[in-house]
Design a protein around this ligand. Sequence first.
Ligand SMILES: [Zn+2]
Length: 241
Amino acid sequence: MTVKPLEHLQFERLNPLEIDQVLQQNSLVYIPLGAFEWHGLHLPVGLDSLTSHGICLRAADKTGGLVMPPFYYGMSGSIWHHPHTILIEDEEIFLKILKTTLTRLETIGIKKVVIFTGHFSLKQLEALITLKKDWLSIQNSLELSIFSISDCPTVKIEADHGAIFETSVLAEIDPNLVKLENLPPIDTYPANDPDGNSKGDHRRDPNNILFGIFGDDPRHYDKLTGKVIVNKIVDWLIQSI
Ligand SMILES: [Zn+2]
C-alpha cells in the first residue's frame, strides 16, 4: 500500500530556499512529540512519534507550514521499565529542549508553532501545561498552541496504549508497521481480562497475551476505524489553529 510521503513538508529535508518558499506562504511550524516505548509485540516502539508526525504532515498539507522531525524522547509513565523503553524522568530536561527549539524558531521569524503530542502520559501532559504557561509569561512574538492526540473531542474511541486506538491510527498512517500476526490468534487465545477491564494490572504481567497493551484488544482492528480517527484528528487540528 502506498502512503503519501509529504516529504516536501518535512523541515529537515529542505534547503534554505525551499524552507523560505513554504514559510513565506504561512509562517507555521508543527512540532510532533512522541516517545520510545513498548507497545506490544505488534507495534514499533516509536509509535507515538510516528503517528504524531504523520498527523502533523497531513495537517500541514492543508494549512501550509512545515513539520519538524518528531521527538522520540517523551516523559515517563507507569511503564517506564518495560522492554525497549526509554523515557525521560526529569521534566527540566524535556522542557529545556522544547524551549530551545521554540526560541530558535522565534529567532528565525516563525510566527506560529503547533506542538502536537502522540504520547500522553500524565507527566507529558503536565510538562506541556508548564511549557505553555512559561512561554506565555515571557515577551515573545511566536504564538504557541499545544494539542494532544488524546483530546480530540470528535473521536469517540478513547486513546489507549498499543490497543485498538493506537493500532488503528498507525495502520492508517503507515500500515506496513503494524504486525498483528505477531500476536497469537484471537480465537485460540482471547484476551483474559478479569471483570472485562482491559487496562488492569494483569496486562503488566509479561506472561499475559496482551502484555504492555492497555485498552481494547487490538486484534479487533478494522481498516475503516483508523481512517475515521485520523481524519477527525486532522480536521480538529486544522480548525483549532
Ligand atoms: Zn503510545
